[in-house]
Design a binder for this molecule. Structure first.
Ligand code: 5GP
Ligand code: MG
Length: 178
């Protein structure tokens, strides 16, 4: 039986999202960004984050990026769907979790190649232990340990995405760690 242990509760997530929204609102007061959440994982984080950003000129468009082909394994290659028109825009990529860094590098490079003026990123979770390419996010909700996480947008084969807490997912917990 899989075991789900909450590691970041919904209340803490909401408090942190409010802080991130405030910081982004201050940093982008002169030129509101184009918020670019990456589907599917960023859907819950982005929905909360955009409501915490107090900028009347904010625009939001979505892109699809995926590197996971089921289960707990990344395929290593990142598939990126169509991008909105980013020419001359100040783009803020929003993702659920920064792990190897391949997704963020791929999307950042594509957005710059498509003519964006500046690209920055905001991730709900940063898993620095998983990093394989050199990239940092500009805004980070939580630094998390190198565990497989589900909830708050993070899924396991489409499941658990809707959970309000971020949870550690374990397939076969040993009796001693239960
Ligand atoms: P990266 O390209 O940085 O390795 O990974 C980014 C993507 O991998 C995330 O957007 C997310 O979809 C997926 N990912 C990375 N770590 C986890 C995790 O612990 N749980 C889940 N469900 N997805 C993850
Ligand atoms: Mg993702």
């Amino acid at each position: 039986m899989p075991q789900l242990s909450p590691i970041i509760r919904s209340g803490r997530i909401q408090g942190r999202v409010t802080q991130l929204g405030r910081a982004i609102s201050q940093d982008y007061a002169i030129k509101p960004p184009l918020l670019l959440p990456l589907l599917d994982g960023a859907v819950l984080f982005a929905a909360d984050l955009m409501r915490a950003i107090r900028l009347p000129g904010l625009t939001v468009e979505f892109a699809r990026a995926s590197s996971w082909h089921g289960g707990m394994q990344s395929s290593g290659s990142v598939e990126l769907g169509a991008l909105p028109d980013v020419r001359g825009r100040d783009v803020l990529i929003v993702d659920d979790i920064l792990d190897s860094g391949r997704t963020l590098v791929r999307v950042r490079d594509a957005v710059l190649a498509a003519g964006a003026e500046r690209v920055r990123s905001c991730v709900c979770c940063d898993k620095p232990g998983g990093r394989e390419v050199d990239i940092q996010a500009d805004y980070v909700g939580f630094v998390v340990p190198t565990l497989f996480l589900v909830g708050y947008g993070l899924d396991y084969d489409g499941r658990y995405r809707h959970l309000p807490d971020i949870c550690h997912y374990r397939e076969d917990p040993s009796p001693s760690s239960a």
